[in-house]
Design a protein around this ligand. Structure first.
Ligand code: FCB
Length: 397
């Protein structure tokens, strides 16, 4: 069934720099991947070599019928040591922006997607009092990359996951007794400050750019109606705070894969473990495509009229038919939310390519498979299926 979209609807796929480029050697994640005794099972290494093969990636996307591409700029490449700007890296990302536009792909650019320069993290990252200033200085450096050709910029990807997992990554450990660990409150406020400061810089430098950020939406459901307050409380600091922070943004990014179910307990809200028989994806997440429509409805409940863009939605599976079934069902939920009057300006599928899933290569999210020794791209049927889905909305006279 075609997916009817309003005029200028963004229809694309997403990637991030670290997960696809390879050899992001000045980043904190590279440091983590090469240190002994972490949870990382394999390093990112060459990733899928998109640093050199981005033209081929964009060609495949555009040829399949997509009109938009979400990709990231790696801060660690632009500023590998504090204050040292790599002109070559600036030129590289500028070429990507131009290359996208030349192919008829509108770029949506992410400025921070989990990775920071190693020097930044080694000096306390966001929690260093200079953290916000350091980030906005980098944002300022992107002016000549973006110019007036990037209509949408995402400042920080999934800040709620950053606030939830940074402690664990730094080896401090986190309390996960309730299921998904709690977000660090100081880090939460710092990230919001960084986002809002970045928005100001972008609006000043690139006045045509629409600025937002993308939050991991858990589609939190109470187990029973009695668990409603527990579910609200669970979501409040892990999600809602980050959504509310976008109230003055130009758009808001919804990222949705599955749901979490929550119940009340004497020790506070707890996530409900998945039953044995539940259908799972390669991430171990519940197969639950309805999460997307629910996440969009939740974002709109909090934000009212701020336009929503789905910046990530997809499934880790070895079975491409299952990817098509999942995505089709997720889009039905999105369609229903739009039919109910919620303004959604775009949909980006995660991911264009199989890539490095933060610790290993096992979960395959790609519309395109990649042979990791030759880097040959092998488009899956889902690529042309999804690329060919949108139909322009009939103009009602
Ligand atoms: C999101 C991340 C993205 C990818 C998907 C599966 O949390 O933003 O990089 O890992 O999940």
């Amino acid at each position: 069934m075609p997916f009817t979209v309003p005029p200028r609807f963004l229809w694309g796929a997403s990637t991030s720099g670290h997960q696809t480029e390879g050899n992001n050697v000045s980043s904190d994640w590279w440091g983590l991947e090469t240190a002994p005794g972490t949870f990382v099972t394999e390093p990112s290494g060459d990733a899928v070599d998109s640093f050199h093969r981005w033209t081929e990636d964009m060609d495949l996307l555009a040829e399949a019928g997509f009109t938009d591409y979400r990709f990231g700029i790696e801060w660690a490449r632009i500023e590998p040591a504090e204050g040292l700007v790599s002109r070559a890296a600036v030129a590289h990302y500028r070429a990507m922006v131009k290359g996208a536009v030349e192919r008829g792909l509108r770029p949506l650019v992410t400025l921070h997607h989990f990775t920071s320069p190693r020097w930044f993290s080694e000096q306390g990252g966001w929690m260093n009092p200079k953290g916000v200033e350091r980030f906005t200085r980098f944002v300022d450096m992107t002016e000549e990359i973006l110019q007036d050709e990037v209509a949408h910029v995402c400042t920080i990807n999934e800040p709620n996951m950053v606030a939830i997992y940074t402690g664990a990554l730094a080896g401090a450990g986190v309390d996960s007794s309730g299921g998904l660990p709690a977000a660090d409150p100081a880090l939460t406020e710092r990230l919001i400050e960084a986002h809002q400061a970045a928005r100001e810089v972008l609006h000043r430098n690139n006045p045509g750019t629409k600025v937002g950020w993308s939050v991991a939406m858990q589609a939190v459901e109470p187990l029973t109606t009695d668990d409603q307050p527990a579910a609200r409380a669970f979501a409040a600091e892990r999600e809602t705070r980050f959504v509310e922070a976008a109230v003055d943004d130009d758009w808001f990014g919804v990222q949705s894969y599955t749901r979490l179910r929550v119940r009340a307990s004497a020790d506070g809200p707890r996530t409900v473990p998945l039953p044995e028989h539940a259908e799972r994806t390669l991430m171990g997440w519940e197969y639950y495509p309805a999460a997307l429509g629910n996440a969009v409805r939740e974002a709109s409940r909090v934000l009212g009229d701020v336009p929503i863009i789905v910046t990530e939605n997809g499934i880790a599976t070895a079975d491409d038919d299952q990817r098509i079934a999942y995505t089709g069902a997720a889009l039905e939920g999105l369609r229903a939310a739009m039919d109910d009057g919620i303004r959604v300006d775009g949909y980006f599928h995660w991911s264009l390519l199989d890539n490095y899933e933060w610790g290993d290569y096992r979960p395959t999210f790609g519309l395109i498979a990649v042979d990791r020794s030759t880097f040959e791209r092998k488009p899956r049927p889902s690529l042309s299926w999804l690329g060919g889905l949108p139909r322009a909305q009939a103009v009602v006279a």
